[in-house]
Design a binder for this molecule. Sequence first.
Ligand code: FAD
Length: 464
Amino acid sequence: ISNVSTPFSSCRPKVCIVGSGPAGFYTAQHLIKARPDVDVDIYERLPVPFGLVRFGVAPDHPEVKNVINTFTQTAKHTCCSFYGNVTVGKDVSVGELQQAYHAVVLSYGAEGNRSMGVPGEDLAGVYSAKDFVGWYNGLPSCQELSPDLSCETAVILGQGNVALDVARILLSPIDILKKTDITQPALEALAESHVRRVLIVGRRGPVQIACTIKELREMVNLPDTRPEMVAADFEGVKDAVKDLPRPRKRLTELMLKTAMEIPGEKEQERRNNASRVWSFRFFRSPIEIMADPDNKRTAGIRLAVNKLEGSGDGARAVLTGEVEDVSCGLVISSIGYKSLPIDPSVPFDSSKAIVPNSMGRVQQAAGLYCSGWLKTGPTGVIATTMNNSFDTARSLVEDMDSGTLDISAAKPGSQSISGLLEKRGVKPVIFSDWEKIDSVEMSRGEAAGKPREKLLTVEEMLGH
Ligand code: FAD
């Protein structure tokens, strides 16, 4: 590792970043640009970089993954080093990183899962969207999931973009999926899938739906599927549209058009010929997932019927006392990701599930910063993450410039951490190792007519 001959080399400010998703890379990018004298080391739990860009973003959204090109430029910058296969909080503590670096930026995302808190959520046939997405995207820890897709109806709880990604993957014609970087086991399971109907359930109404127009449009246009909405859910929505703010207005208009308008001849024909159905079910919350008494697998879900109190974004769902049972063999809960604490020495707000911070400065912890989903909670797209990561980098640079962050004493940086890791039997994967994995995946993909065939286990990744 660099600078072996010059212990405690020079007085360059040394910063380390925990996590190599968009937050880690955008923080690094801004730091390197604003302070060309800085050394930035990125530590990542997995042997491969890019976080949810690799393991979250849907396989049929290749254009979203173009950010990887920018991240790669950052990783290859002379001031930047990548150390994969290092779990901070286990292989090395945050305190040890703080000893070795002038500043530590925590950008390890939101790897936990919000649970529904209803009876039956542990039944066979119930999955979190996080695990389901991880399964089709090749996240090593989710490869055992092998979801049972032998039922006809699937219920997805939640109506955000992740819910729509899952619905789209469940319903997409296999000819579309096989040209993406979806994993081979997922492709095979989906080719055999019996799922024909996907209900996407939300607590509130059409005006509160959490997806964006791009994802809705993709559902509307998904080949071989037709929408099936409940007209009564849209009562009053038409009148409310004109007062909605712009992005919400366009989204609602598209929903209204899909649900209420009589389609033209061509579209009608397309819908008539479709073999699969998707539908939004509004004003419903899960109460219980019900088991088949014979095999103890998911057989249905009991939903509470809600009504709204108030209007617009702030409207609250309140129970009416009515319930509705829906038969289904698959339930996927997509009600949000959640950050987890990784080290007891780091302040953590358990109720908000974030590291408490102001402008990315971790409260009451000098030299400690945070960015990305860990800083804001798990909302927003990559562009949102980019902006909040640039903000954190700005705070850090400001603190270096103003002297609030003491960078006068030399720090050992990766030199001392590498020593610790070696003692602990941890072998970091550097960026050129990842590039070897990358080229293996690309050539395997080429052979299969896909952009990439991902390696699915950590052992396999480390073997290249
Ligand atoms: P992450 O991307 O989660 O990165 C965190 C990194 O930290 C990971 O690499 C993780 O392995 C690593 N890590 C975790 N724990 C440790 C540890 N203890 N030590 C070291 N490293 C650790 N946005 C879009 O713009 N377009 C989309 O199409 C889109 N699709 C999405 C689909 C899904 C299913 C999800 C969940 C999100 C999607 N997003 C999309 C949002 C986007 O992925 C996020 O905005 C972004 O990834 C958040 O970045 P992050 O760096 O905070 O977290």
